[in-house]
Design a binder for this molecule. Structure first.
Ligand SMILES: [Zn+2]
Length: 229
């Protein structure tokens, strides 16, 4: 009887160890599946986010049909959604030639895919202003404000316009003939032009000791005349 009881105890211990080992094994498999699933989701989201960042924003490219500059916009949200599932699907959702040419083959996408950053409007504007000085105050442009206080452009007819008010497809042509103007000077010159009766140009300035110093005549900056083909 004692022998049978001892044998039962030994069998029970063995059985519970096997159960423990089985549970540990099951938990390991479950943990591996969870880690792989989380890894796949993180990887997919990273690829989708990169795709969205890569294709967001307006671009200026050369239309293969007209050989003229056009502004296009890639459907970045859709491209990111497809990238999430490992697919590459890049299509336009806006073009300055639409809706007339909405059914074109979108051959211009080869230019976008060749260098997505090069044709991005933000980069074009940043590159153009960088290293230049304001036509009025001569202050150099450093950081461009994208959401407010946009820098401006001085036209050959002496009118000023903020860069974001120019149609993106016109920017390459405008950059050839206009001069850069900082936001402060844009505001001052716009006020001066709109309210000439309220502006008095001083012909003197104060020196370090408060003394009167006659100002040298400074001619207004002149932009290059526009050349139209
Ligand atoms: Zn200025």
């Amino acid at each position: 009887m004692l022998f049978l009881f001892t044998g039962f105890l030994a069998y029970s211990r063995l059985s519970s160890r096997e159960e423990e080992a089985g549970m540990v094994f099951s938990n390991l498999i479950l943990a591996t599946i969870i880690v792989l699933a989380v890894g796949a989701v993180v990887f997919g989201l990273t690829v989708a986010l990169r795709t969205y960042v890569k294709y967001r924003g307006k671009r200026v490219i050369t239309c293969p049909e007209t050989q003229k500059a056009v502004a296009v916009h890639v459907n970045a949200t859709n491209a990111a959604r497809k990238a999430l599932f490992g697919k590459s699907y890049v299509r336009l959702d806006q073009c300055s030639r639409w809706p007339e040419r909405q059914n074109c083959g979108q051959e211009c996408l080869s230019q976008v895919n060749a260098d997505p950053a090069l044709c991005l409007v933000w980069n074009m504007v940043d590159h153009w202003y960088k290293g230049k000085t304001c036509a009025y105050c001569q202050k150099p442009f450093t950081e461009i404000h994208w959401h407010d206080r946009h820098p401006a452009l001085l036209a050959p007819d002496h009118t000023c316009v903020q860069w974001n008010e120019v149609a993106p497809e016109k920017l390459p042509e405008v950059f050839e003939t206009y001069l850069p103007v900082c936001w402060n000077c844009y505001i001052a010159e716009t006020f001066r032009r709109q309210n000439p009766e309220k502006v008095l140009d001083r012909t003197w300035e104060r020196g370090p000791g408060g003394e009167y110093i006659p100002k040298e005549d400074s001619a207004a900056p002149v932009a290059k005349p526009a050349t139209r083909n």
